[in-house]
Write a protein that binds this ligand. Structure first.
Ligand SMILES: Cc1cc2nc3c(=O)[nH]c(=O)nc-3n(C[C@H](O)[C@H](O)[C@H](O)COP(=O)(O)O)c2cc1C
Length: 169
């Protein structure tokens, strides 16, 4: 294969023009310790069966836990949770110190006060370049009417307009 005609930095910036929400993906390692990281690669995949996916970087400090896990949860963050997103993206931070969590179906940590959440049993693991794609089958989910946190161009943004549209729809 030839060399790509673009740099990874330019490609990352181009990917970053895609406006997304922000999630914290959680699981437990082999010892039962909670693990989690901020991720905007969440995608809804299928209604029947109910599937979602998230992409986990292979260089993540949590990769071993995510590689081995049989379950994970996707916690979608609300507009006032940029601080939570920052903590769960920071190396060395005690990520779970400032959040309250509970277990629902699988035991993966569900963050209290998030916008919505999906508690998933692992459906399929796909090796994809420098990321691992986790496809999960939703076992339980919860939704609130708070406004979503957005991410675009490397910045957290407010999506109040989108939330109003959602409530009216
Ligand atoms: C808004 C945002 C979205 C992110 N999305 C992802 C993602 O989808 N997948 C991923 O592997 N890392 C993502 N990251 C990076 C991780 O949150 C984390 O910073 C990185 O993996 C380093 O920490 P770790 O080694 O403990 O995982 C994202 C970071 C931010 C701030």
């Amino acid at each position: 294969m030839g060399q790509p005609r673009f740099s990874q930095d330019d490609l990352r910036r181009a990917f970053g023009t895609f406006l997304t929400g922000v999630t914290v993906v959680t699981t437990r390692d082999g010892a039962g310790t909670p693990c989690g990281m901020t991720a905007n690669s969440f995608t809804s995949v299928s209604l029947d069966p109910p599937l979602v996916l998230v992409c986990i970087g292979k260089r993540s400090s949590n990769i071993d836990a995510f590689r081995a896990t049989a379950s994970f949860a996707v916690n979608i963050l609300g507009q006032d949770q940029a601080g939570v997103a920052a903590v769960f993206a920071s190396r060395g931070a005690d990520r779970f110190a400032g959040v309250d969590c509970r277990e629902v179906a699988t035991g993966a940590p569900i963050l209290e006060d998030c916008l919505s959440w999906f508690d998933c049993r692992l459906h399929q693991r796909v090796d994809a370049g420098d990321h691992l794609i986790l496809i999960g089958e939703v076992q339980e989910f919860g939704v609130s009417l708070s406004e979503p946190l957005g991410f675009c161009g490397g910045r957290f943004i407010s999506l109040g307009e989108a939330a109003r549209h959602r409530v009216e729809a």
